[in-house]
Design a protein around this ligand. Structure first.
Ligand code: BGC
Length: 255
């Protein structure tokens, strides 16, 4: 077990990739704060998975687009477990729409959770680490779309590109404090965010043709990398993006 005695906060861990990360970090010995926005039953399911490993969990409801919710979430985590060592910024949403049709509300929803939420959750955790004179590890779940264009998902790409530059900047600012920060960038993973795609045989077939490994990823494919980056095995790694995409990003072929 690589994470014995550690406490990890995983945002958006009531389902999908976040749930798999919460479970995997618990298997490695960490106690887990399970953040969710609206899916309370999913958070309870995650809690049961965490507890089944013998570790402890705490569910916290927060809208990461709202700074007072973020502060409350961090405060409850520290009150409950006494500290935080690992932050996984996983919560994310996307909204399909042609650029010329995107509304202010849709734009704000995506950017508030995916970018502003990551910014201020990280800030609150860093403030805690500084106060506690403690080192820590921050892992952002980004996307292949921090690099790769995704037409009709421009606000999503803007948010993920922003998270890429935030991570690079913070690696420099936080390095002297002993805090590392890296991005994990999934490709197409079997999760609720992809429900439409999974139900559309034609779209799915076309996507699979673009994935050299010939399958969608599983949440556990992402979680295993996060467990490594959260552990002391990754102490010298900061400022980097790791792609978990079956080869999708760099696949170009002339027919
Ligand atoms: C998006 C998915 C998409 C995948 C591959 C992810 O970041 O959330 O909707 O299928 O990238 O394009």
């Amino acid at each position: 077990m690589k994470l014995e005695g550690k406490v990890a906060l995983v945002t958006g861990s009531s389902q999908g990739i976040g749930q798999a990360i919460a479970e995997r970090l618990a298997q490695e010995g960490a106690n887990i704060v399970i953040d969710y926005r609206s899916h309370a039953e999913g958070a309870e399911e995650t809690l049961a998975k965490v507890e089944a490993t013998g570790r402890k969990g705490l569910t916290v409801k927060a809208d990461l687009g709202v700074i007072s919710d973020i502060r409350q979430m961090i405060q409850s985590s520290i009150e409950h477990f006494g500290k935080l060592d690992i932050l996984v910024n996983n919560a994310g949403i996307e909204k399909h729409g042609s650029f010329w049709e995107v509304t202010e509300a849709d734009y704000d929803n995506v950017l508030n959770v995916n970018l502003k939420g990551v910014f201020f959750t990280t800030q609150a955790v860093v403030q805690h680490l500084i106060e506690a004179k403690q080192t820590g590890k921050i892992i952002n779940i980004s996307s292949v779309h921090e690099e790769l264009p995704f037409p009709h998902f421009t606000s999503y790409c803007v948010s993920k590109g922003g998270v890429k530059m935030m991570m690079r900047n913070l690696a420099i600012e936080l390095g002297p404090l002993g805090i590392t920060i890296n991005n994990v960038a999934p490709g197409a993973i079997e999760t609720p965010i992809n429900t439409n795609l999974l139900n559309d045989k034609e779209k799915l077939g076309a996507l699979l043709k673009n994935i050299p490994l010939g399958r969608l990823g599983k949440p556990s494919d992402v979680a295993s990398l996060v467990a490594f980056l959260a552990s002391s095995d990754a102490d010298y790694i900061t400022g980097t993006t790791f792609f978990v995409d079956g080869g999708l990003l760099w696949n170009y072929q002339e027919q």
